[in-house]
Design a protein around this ligand. Structure first.
Ligand SMILES: Nc1ncnc2c1ncn2[C@@H]1O[C@H](COP(=O)(O)OP(=O)(O)OP(=O)(O)O)[C@@H](O)[C@H]1O
Length: 202
């Protein structure tokens, strides 16, 4: 059971579209208002990633067992690794009185839509596949075959993301300042009155 609290925010978009960058900025500007739901993953940590902060790093066996026990709100396999949001992760943020932000894949979005979480759904759109590839290469976190897989997946994600009704807003991230200000405006307009009151500065 996920506890009641302010309406969560879901950020979705192809790998490299800029979700983490936007999220980092939101959390930096409003550290007391938003909290990141820490996902589980079976992929290995990237340099600088801290267990329990960026992800709960786990293994296939433990994660499969926890899913079977109904501990997850959504799970997805991506580039050969498992990812998921535990009910505990969302509850931890909600208990702190902050708005919970989920950074999840399309498959996860579809699952979350079947729960009573009722999140605001934001799709972060890259300017083009070519620019996405350029950003992913510049980030330098993926091997060549993993990068190719991400780009293949991105094409399908962009189709789903653009289908009317799948997301509340599509934010084109061709310019970071513009994309962030669109996200901020969207949140300000769509948070309920009592939540908006919490977001001083909006
Ligand atoms: N508007 C932008 N213009 C140029 N570069 C950008 C822009 N937004 C993000 N980037 C850069 O693109 C790269 C990918 O961004 P980021 O890591 O935030 O993507 P992501 O969607 O969170 O990816 P993943 O799902 O793989 O974690 C980063 O190096 C980031 O600095």
């Amino acid at each position: 059971m996920v506890q009641k609290g302010p309406r969560p925010l879901v950020l979705c978009g192809p790998s490299g579209s800029g979700k983490s960058t936007l999220l980092k900025r939101l959390l930096k500007e409003f550290p007391d208002k938003f909290g990141f739901s820490v996902s589980h993953t079976t992929r290995g940590p990237r340099p600088g990633e801290i267990n329990g902060v960026h992800y709960h790093f786990t293994n296939k066996e433990d994660m499969t067992a926890a899913i079977a026990k109904g501990e997850f709100l959504e799970t997805a396999c991506f580039s050969g690794n498992m990812y998921g949001t535990s009910k505990q992760a969302v509850n931890d943020v909600r208990c702190s009185g902050r708005i919970c932000v989920l950074d999840i894949e399309i498959e996860g979005v579809k699952q979350v839509k079947t729960t009573d979480l009722n999140p605001l759904l934001v799709f972060v759109m890259p300017p083009s596949i070519e620019e996405l590839e350029r950003r992913l290469r510049a980030r330098n976190t993926e091997q060549e075959d993993a990068l190719k897989k991400r780009l293949e997946t991105a094409r399908k994600e962009i189709v789903y993301g653009q289908e009317p009704g799948n997301f509340h807003i599509i934010i084109l991230n061709d310019n970071l300042d513009k994309a962030y200000s669109e996200l901020r405006d969207f949140l300000s307009k769509n948070m309920e009155e009592k939540e908006r009151a919490v977001l001083r500065g909006f």
